[in-house]
Design a protein around this ligand. Structure first.
Ligand SMILES: *[C@@H]1O[C@H](CO)[C@@H](O)[C@H](O)[C@H]1NC(C)=O
Ligand SMILES: *[C@@H]1O[C@H](CO)[C@@H](O)[C@H](O)[C@H]1NC(C)=O
Length: 445
């Protein structure tokens, strides 16, 4: 990570110097303005006697040659950087790379690797193949630092460009700097590599491709779930136009495929749809797959068993906080005893019990967190808060209730007095009634 950052800083400095020396606006400019990108060229080397690989990384530049300016007039990157910088010059072809990666160059991270063809010659329409030597294939992967997209371009060092390299030996003699003249022939672009979605939403997994000639492509969308289980979601066979899909909720935009749109739409996603999706595209004999991870994240619903609790001193009452229908499994709950004065910190209630998680039919989880409160007069007017943290939440959910506690002794005395008074009144009234009746009674004689 630090390395990447320092590379980005270095790139920024280099382009800054370029801007100064050549008057070409590159720092903070988009790729289509500067037409050059600082890259790492990564090769592997087997360590003798060990079956291990060693990665060798070298600074490199990816240049897009254009018709408007000849290469010789362009600010050549060997000027500001070390002598061992490799330059990959992508010659103009019918593949429009810039259309897919046009962003600020300081927002792009680029890596170039060799693409091993298993000692077979890839027959690619439009490429002149050599009889005695395999074409050299490379992949250039350009990632947006804020994960907007990932683009992989297939680059071929064709025989025609090798002549050009031979014809300009003075370029090769400058230090160890090497130059490769390449053509971009095939490209795959995926959108964000991590998507988080709530339940029952529609999710678009963005994938696009471009090929330098008109051809049939075969597109496959595969899903690998957490346990490792793999399933085929959608297949499109370009030569027959046949589609095959297991899940009717998954859709591709068939009319858009000829335009290079291989995106997959998943409708009303559920917990089971989480996993790593790969968009794989087969052109001629070149197969490339890029991954998109889908995470299902659902917010909990938090409810308390009361808003206001009226208790009598000494009563015991269960304060229950229900945390329900959330995903994934991990949620943190705390009960807080709020201070009576402002500016004080709440106390965490320690004797809290949590029920075990219940899994609902939609795959989400629910549980409750409770404690037994013994009402004391000191707690009259106190607020208790249930605080829930979950990865779906930017801020924790807080639900509070207020406890009202009345004095038990005063209450009973009040009742006793009331009872005595009422009883007294009743006795007095009955007496009067009796007396009255006995005086009003007509005498039997
Ligand atoms: C496409 O379908 C045809 C005819 O069924 C089949 O021969 C071919 O192998 C399929 N292509 C791929 C890449 O699966
Ligand atoms: C593909 O087509 C769909 C539907 O028209 C659109 O929403 C999506 O943005 C397109 N994706 C790409 C990568 O072109």
């Amino acid at each position: 990570m630090n390395f990447k950052i320092s590379m980005a800083v270095c790139c920024f400095l280099c382009t800054g110097i370029l801007k100064h020396h050549h008057g070409v606006a590159t720092a903070g400019s988009t790729f289509s303005q500067s037409r050059q990108l600082s890259c790492l060229f990564e090769t592997t080397e087997t360590i003798p006697l060990l079956t291990e690989f060693k990665y060798i990384r070298q600074n490199a530049w990816l240049l897009l040659s254009g018709t408007e300016s000849k290469d010789t007039e362009r600010p050549h990157p060997e000027n500001p950087s070390a002598a061992d910088t490799i330059t990959f010059i992508v010659q103009k072809s019918s593949l429009d790379i810039l259309q897919h990666v046009d962003e600020d160059t300081d927002q792009l991270e680029c890596k170039i690797s060799r693409y091993f063809t298993d000692n077979t010659q890839i027959l690619w329409p439009g490429l002149q193949t050599q009889l005695h030597k395999l074409d050299s294939w490379f992949t250039g992967t350009i990632k947006h630092l804020a994960d907007k997209f990932t683009v992989t371009v297939f680059l071929v060092q064709s025989s025609a460009s090798k002549e050009a390299e031979i014809r300009s030996p003075e370029d090769v003699s400058e230090g160890n700097a090497e130059r490769f003249y390449l053509s971009g022939v095939f490209l795959v672009r995926t959108g964000p590599s991590l998507i988080q979605s709530g339940l029952n939403k529609d999710v678009l997994l963005s994938c696009a491709f471009s090929v330098d000639h008109h051809t049939d492509v075969t597109i496959k969308w595969l899903l690998q779930q957490k346990g490792g289980h793999k399933s085929l979601i959608f297949t499109y066979n370009g030569s027959t136009g046949q589609v095959e899909h297991k899940d009717k909720r998954a859709e591709m935009f068939l009319a858009e495929i000829p335009k290079g749109n291989a995106s997959l739409l998943l409708r009303t996603v559920g917990v089971k749809d989480a996993g790593t999706y790969s968009c794989s595209i087969l052109v001629s004999s070149v197969l490339w797959a890029q991954n998109i991870q889908l995470e299902i994240v659902e917010k909990p619903t938090v409810t308390l068993n009361a808003d206001v609790l009226s208790l009598v001193e000494g009563d015991e009452h269960k304060l229950v906080c229900d945390i329900s229908h959330f995903y994934p499994h991990d949620a943190e709950t705390q009960w807080l005893r709020e201070p009576m004065e402002q500016g004080m910190l709440p106390h965490v209630v320690t004797h809290v019990v949590s029920s075990s998680h219940r899994q609902n039919s939609d795959g989400t989880y629910s549980y409750s967190s409770y404690f037994l409160l013994t009402a004391s007069l000191r707690d009259d007017g106190r607020r208790y808060t249930c605080r829930v943290e979950h990865q779906s939440l930017k801020h924790p959910i807080k639900k509070s209730l207020t406890v009202k506690v009345t004095e038990s002794t005063s209450a009973t005395w009040f009742l006793v007095i009331l009872f005595v008074l009422l009883a007294g009144c009743l006795v007095v009234m009955l007496c009067y009634l009796y007396q009255g009746m006995s005086t009003n009674k007509p005498k039997p004689y």
